[in-house]
Design a protein around this ligand. Structure first.
Ligand code: ADP
Length: 260
């Protein structure tokens, strides 16, 4: 791979553009020589919820890390046109000694927001994710789903315009995952952030998204893109409809083809 000038994410203040994330020809080669991504063109606009599916190790997390600024692409341009970015990981990453409300306040606290303001923000976020009544609980007293709700609430306090999700529900049982999918869609409609979501589950991808991106095996590149036609807000019942099953089948097929 030829390496041109390293691309650092360009960050500009919001306003004037509908494209919040714009990756052009992004590649990532780690110092040990591993090429994780190659030739990735990807945009995420306001109003879009884009999900990325692909085999393990194809560079999905790397893509999110570049979007968040944690990692720098080795080639191409990676522009992120907002500084209000939420990031939720597969692990809820809560501080075990802090209560739910103290965990939710953490980012606002690190950002130096005044105590009164961050408490109000945290309370609002806790209500949004359905955790009212659990404010004083410690993480060890919560179920996996509740820990993930706490993690979501913590990011919501930043009022993200672009929300990055790295397989946040991958470790949860199916019923809890489906419930959290519904909650997330409700938040997407209500708070109007743009989403970039990673998952292994094709049905989760189709259910949540306005667009599904399929990646090849490493080095990951985009092999197919599917627009999801179902209007928002979505009813859980669409999971049983023929059109939904057909799209899940098409995405699964593209995933298998890209993995060869
Ligand atoms: P995915 O999220 O699709 O499972 P990752 O983005 O985590 O994939 O990783 C893509 C590839 O890059 C994997 O082969 C992984 O081992 C490798 N990789 C990830 N981070 C580093 C790193 N810091 N140094 C070297 N290789 C890495």
């Amino acid at each position: 791979m030829t390496t041109t000038a390293p691309a650092s994410p360009t960050r500009t203040t919001p306003g004037g553009t509908d494209t919040l994330l714009d990756f052009q020809n992004v590649a990532m080669q780690f110092p040990n020589g591993t090429i994780a991504l190659q030739g990735v063109d990807l945009t995420v606009k306001r109003g879009e919820f884009v999900t990325v599916v692909g085999p393990s190790g194809c560079g999905k997390s790397t893509l999110l890390r570049i979007a968040s600024g944690l990692e720098q692409a080795s080639e191409g341009t990676a522009a992120v046109k907002t500084d209000r970015i939420g990031y939720v990981f597969q692990d809820a990453t809560l501080l075990p000694w802090r209560t739910v409300s103290d965990n939710v306040e953490l980012l606002a606290e690190l950002n130096g927001r005044p105590a009164k303001e961050r408490r109000a923000k945290a309370q609002e976020a806790i209500e949004l994710v359905g955790l009212s009544g659990f404010e004083k609980n410690l993480p060890k007293e919560l179920s996996g789903g509740m820990r993930m709700r706490t993690s979501l609430a913590r990011s919501l306090t930043l009022d993200p315009e672009l929300f990055l999700f790295d397989e946040p529900f991958g470790a949860l049982d199916e019923i809890t995952r489906e419930r959290l999918n519904d909650e997330l869609l409700r938040l997407f409609v209500e708070k109007q952030f743009a989403g970039l979501f990673i998952t292994h589950s094709v049905s989760e991808a189709v259910y949540l998204s306005t667009k599904v991106i399929v990646m090849s095996g490493r080095p990951g590149s985009i092999v197919d893109t599917f627009d999801v036609p179902f209007p928002m807000p979505r009813s859980p019942e669409i999971r049983f409809e023929a059109e939904f099953a057909k799209l899940v089948g098409e995405v699964s097929h593209a995933l298998r083809e890209g993995h060869r």
